[in-house]
Design a protein around this ligand. Structure first.
Ligand code: ATP
Length: 347
């Protein structure tokens, strides 16, 4: 099937400094892709090149199978069938909800019905005559989304769409936006630097660091099977320790562990703190040295010889306390990366 968006080898430099390098990206029809990366890694520049606000130095952009950028083509933004939702929403202050929503819809007999349909979809029928300043942050967000959806774009691009909302509202609005986009059946890309937001909202996540997309995949695949140390740490907390791999098994200080993907030789083993299970044992090789409490869960910091590891416990601490000795067991198969260590298992 033709992807809704396909970017190939997108490259852009500003004043000689490369902001985006050789970026490939594909969004399948009706899917929601998160472009996730730290501040300044080039996410917004990619979005602006898809929208046509920025011209790449090299590379191509296709929307719905149609070339809109590259190799002599430059379709202007207003003819790309792209809807944008900006961080600050950019609503027109002098237009009410209905006026904002209908702004990009061509005049005609169907305009009023289309505006009503979209307002119904985003749940704002009841406030259609209010002005932007009379709306909550979440409602303003939905008007911005309605305005982007109303002209029936092929794709929607959202730039840090939740960063203006407080933490409690953000959770709810995220779920609403995901639902609305799926209901509308529209393909979308949203930019975020928040890994939790990317994992919880997107169908696919592309991790971008220093101008390059390092890995793309479903949230679960990226979290469980990050392809490198950098992607692993960017997506959440991770334990790393040296090991020696042979096929689908790795030998390390926690014993032999099954591997998610086969590897050979000296490696760096990676697994998530929630996969490290502790058993109280006065003769255990590890000691609990710290406890970080988050409410819904907590992280126990462990010392195993010269290694520091983390174990995450959901709910109460189940009697574990600092200074206690424990045995350790890894519950899930682990990942292995080429070793950055000199001598793998010693210590
Ligand atoms: P943030 O999350 O902070 O918005 P980002 O990942 O979206 O960051 P970009 O805004 O794409 O990053 O910027 C990537 C790099 O390109 C940055 O170093 C930025 O300073 C630079 N840059 C972006 N736009 C321009 C411009 N118009 N002129 C010069 N440099 C620019």
């Amino acid at each position: 099937m033709t992807p809704a968006i396909r970017c190939q080898s997108l490259t852009k430099a500003f004043n000689g400094t490369v902001a985006v390098a050789e970026t490939d990206l594909e969004v399948a029809e009706g899917r929601l892709l998160a472009l996730l990366g730290p501040s300044g890694c080039g996410k917004t520049t990619v979005l602006r090149m898809i929208a046509g606000f920025e011209t790449p130095d090299r590379g191509t952009v296709e929307i719905g199978g149609r070339r809109v950028e590259g190799e002599g083509t430059h379709v202007p933004p207003e003819r790309r069938k792209v809807g944008m939702v900006f961080q600050e929403y950019a609503l027109f202050p002098h237009l009410d909800v209905e006026g904002n929503t209908g702004f990009g819809v061509p005049p005609g007999p169907e305009k009023a019905a289309r505006v009503r349909e979209v307002l119904d979809l985003v749940g704002l029928e009841g406030v259609r005559h209010r002005m932007p300043h009379e709306l909550s942050g979440g409602q303003q967000q939905r008007v911005a989304l309605a305005r982007a959806l109303a002209p029936r774009p092929e794709v929607i691009l959202l730039d840090e769409p939740f960063s203006n909302l407080d933490a409690a509202l953000r959770q709810r609005v995220r779920a609403e936006v995901r639902h609305i986009l799926h209901q509308a059946g529209v393909s979308a890309v949203f930019v975020t630097h928040d890994q939790e937001e990317a994992l919880s909202l997107a169908d696919e996540v592309a991790v971008m660091i220093e101008g390059r997309v390092l890995q793309t995949g479903t949230p679960e695949r990226l979290y469980r099977r990050p392809g490198s140390h950098r992607v692993a740490t960017f997506l959440g907390e991770a334990n790393f320790l040296p090991g020696r791999a042979s096929g689908d098994q790795v030998e390390c200080r926690l014993g032999p562990l099954p591997l998610l993907e086969p590897a050979e030789g000296e490696v760096e083993v990676m697994f998530r703190p929630e996969d490290l299970v502790m058993t109280a044992d006065p003769d255990g090789p590890a000691e609990i040295v710290d406890r970080i409490y988050y409410g819904h869960d907590q992280t126990l910091v462990l010392r195993l010889g010269d290694l520091t590891l983390k174990s995450r416990l959901v709910g109460c601490c189940r009697g574990f306390r600092e200074g206690q000795r424990v045995r350790l067991h890894v519950e899930m198969p682990v990942m292995a990366y080429p070793s950055p260590y000199g001598c793998p298992i010693a210590g």
